[in-house]
Design a binder for this molecule. Structure first.
Ligand code: TYD
Length: 207
């Protein structure tokens, strides 16, 4: 059986990941390709409970505790859901994965990047997405898009988000796996770019 394909979506809050994941789901459905979508933090019963702690405004977490909770959730999701699904030949679509921790906890909160990377490599069993779409929007646009919408514990401080965005751009610069897509284009244009990359991946898998 063919191994599945692992696709992740990254971006600062309000980048339009969810809309693009919906497009990708419709596209895979139209081709009769088996897929699953997972989100982080979360994606398993245990992970969803961890998510509640992470997003709860009442939680008084340290940056380190935040990272450990994310890694715990990621470890369960990877071993129990992602790896088995890939072995079954499915396409796995992740709404955020390990890169989020490098961007948010590393570049955003200031934890040592190598420390975050080591934690990630344990939690992911060394698994990396085949492709990552980083949907890039300026921080001002992020804040404009998500005002009113969301009132969880995670920050909307512009300076924090600027560091996160810079981190993503730096990672993308150093990795062929990460495709940067301009999220200020209209959603249809964004999807066209993503679709071209997915078609190429599917061709390679079938070829
Ligand atoms: P969510 O409501 O899923 O936001 P989004 O739609 O933007 O993905 O909340 C996830 C929040 O958790 C988001 O603010 C980013 C943050 N996060 C981290 O800080 N580190 C991580 O490793 C992950 C996976 C998420």
């Amino acid at each position: 059986m063919k191994r599945g394909i692992f696709i992740s979506f990254e971006g600062i809050d309000g980048s339009g990941k969810t809309t693009q994941i919906e497009q990708l789901k419709d596209y895979l459905k139209s081709l009769n390709i088996d897929y699953i979508v997972v989100r982080e933090p979360g994606g398993t019963n245990e992970g969803e409970r961890i998510r509640q702690i992470l997003l709860d405004r009442e939680s008084d977490l340290t940056p380190e505790a935040e990272l450990f909770l994310l890694l715990a959730s990621r470890s369960i999701l990877t071993k129990r859901v992602i790896i088995p699904s890939l072995e079954e030949g499915k396409i796995v679509i992740a709404d955020r994965y390990a890169d989020s921790s490098v961007a948010y906890q590393g570049y955003g909160r200031g934890l040592d990047i190598e420390f975050v990377n080591s934690g990630n490599s344990v939690a992911t069993c060394g698994l990396k997405p085949d492709i990552t779409f980083y949907i890039d929007i300026p921080v001002e646009e992020s804040i404009r898009r998500r005002k009113e919408k969301k009132k969880d514990r995670m920050e909307i401080d512009p300076e924090f988000l600027k560091r996160v965005r810079k981190g993503y751009l730096k990672m993308a610069n150093n990795s062929k796996r990460i495709v940067v897509v301009d999220g200020t284009m209209n959603p249809k244009e964004v999807w066209q770019i993503i679709k071209i990359n997915i078609e190429e991946l599917l061709r390679r898998r079938n070829g």
